[in-house]
Design a protein around this ligand. Structure first.
Ligand code: TXA
Ligand code: MG
Length: 328
């Protein structure tokens, strides 16, 4: 298959592919998404094939008008409507009870569906042209860092998907926050673009994300299917370190003759040890460039990437989550 690259002025032609049950990757404010008609099992099955994604990991359904909610959700609990009115459009995915019209493949057989109303004009226009909600996971090969530029999407998926909209690099750079609103109090299943503090302004009893979910496998697997799978991993070995590089494991790793890259908000204490150093001006920039930094490290055949640890507040929670997963 030859992947058609579209400019942002060719959304109508790209939407034509979506209407023919083909896949089109598109930018959002978080990461690039790999879109398919969410109401078509044929279209959605192509997502799992193109990404090499396990079919027990459910997808997020993206909408562009609130009226589309009625076709995919059975009901909208009160707390969910509060999140919707305060935080949509945005980097917040809300898990809701699903209707029968949503194919089981989208939700991996669960009776809930994850829904997001992105805050990105290209994404919204594409969904409107397509005329249907779009199921869209991050547009990367399964297990690779999410794609934050169209070039990264092309690197992973050219030849495997029908279309790619070549927009700007994504502004936030990490995925959306996933919150389960099917039970009260709501619970964060994945930290992301909307912080716990923002959720708690709407609903103070929101339960924070728990990195080590209960060992009760039935519970954690039903509630957060994605947590079981490998994520965000570059080929290089990732270490989460302080700028002073006080990690014994890390010291051992760079004692040998390895090619190491460093990213953080402070300069590292031993700059001469690193082939590449990226010092970000703040956490927003850190989050925005992290996945791209991982991919560049792989292209440069780096053996090791050192990520400076950050305080787990605000977007620091999502950033630390992605770095920890990458380091596993
Ligand atoms: O920012 C984002 O969320 C991006 C853009 C494209 O919107 N999408 C994204 O999708 O990150 P993906 O497939 O990489 O991650 C979806 C996450 C997974 O952790 C999955 O397990 C969870 O959402 N999820 C989907 N449906 C769910 C459901 N019904 N219940 C619980 N978790 C669900
Ligand atoms: Mg993903």
């Amino acid at each position: 298959m030859i992947t058609r690259h579209f400019s942002v002025f060719e959304l109508e032609s790209a939407a034509q592919l979506l209407r023919s049950e083909e896949l089109v990757a598109f930018p959002t404010e978080t990461v690039y998404g790999l879109g398919a008609n969410a109401m078509s099992t044929t279209a959605v099955s192509k997502i799992f094939e193109a990404k090499g994604r396990p079919s027990d990991n459910p997808l997020i359904v993206h909408i562009a008008v609130l009226s589309q909610l009625a076709t995919i959700c059975r009901e909208v609990p009160t707390v969910a409507s509060q999140f919707i009115s305060q935080l949509w459009p945005g980097a917040l995915t809300i898990v809701l009870p699903k209707t029968d019209e949503v194919p089981d493949l989208v939700t991996a057989g669960l009776d809930t569906v994850a829904v997001r109303f992105p805050n990105h004009s290209i994404a919204l226009e594409l969904i409107r042209f397509a005329g249907v909600p779009l199921a869209a996971p991050s547009a990367n090969r399964s297990g690779r860092p999410s794609a934050t530029t169209w070039q990264s999407v092309a690197e992973d998926l050219d030849g495997r998907i029908a279309g790619l909209i070549c927009g700007e690099p994504t502004a936030f750079g990490l995925e959306s926050t996933v919150v389960d609103a099917t039970n009260y109090p709501p619970r964060v299943l994945r930290p992301g673009g909307v912080s716990l503090e923002q959720l708690r302004e709407v609903c103070p009893s929101t339960v924070p994300y728990n990195l080590e979910p209960s060992t009760d496998s039935t519970k954690s697997s039903t509630n957060s299917p994605g947590l079981r799978h490998k994520h965000y991993q570059p080929r290089a070995k990732v270490f989460v370190v302080s700028a002073e590089l006080e990690s014994t494991e890390f010291t051992a790793a760079i004692a040998s003759n390895v090619v190491a890259h460093y990213i953080g908000v402070h300069s590292p204490s031993m700059p001469m040890r690193f082939a590449s150093i990226r010092v970000c001006s703040d956490l927003s920039e850190y989050g925005a460039v992290l996945f791209d930094f991982f991919r560049k490290a792989d292209s440069a055949a780096a053996d090791v990437v050192c990520c400076e640890s950050v305080e787990e507040l605000g977007i620091g929670v999502a950033l630390m989550d992605r770095m920890r997963r990458a380091s596993k």
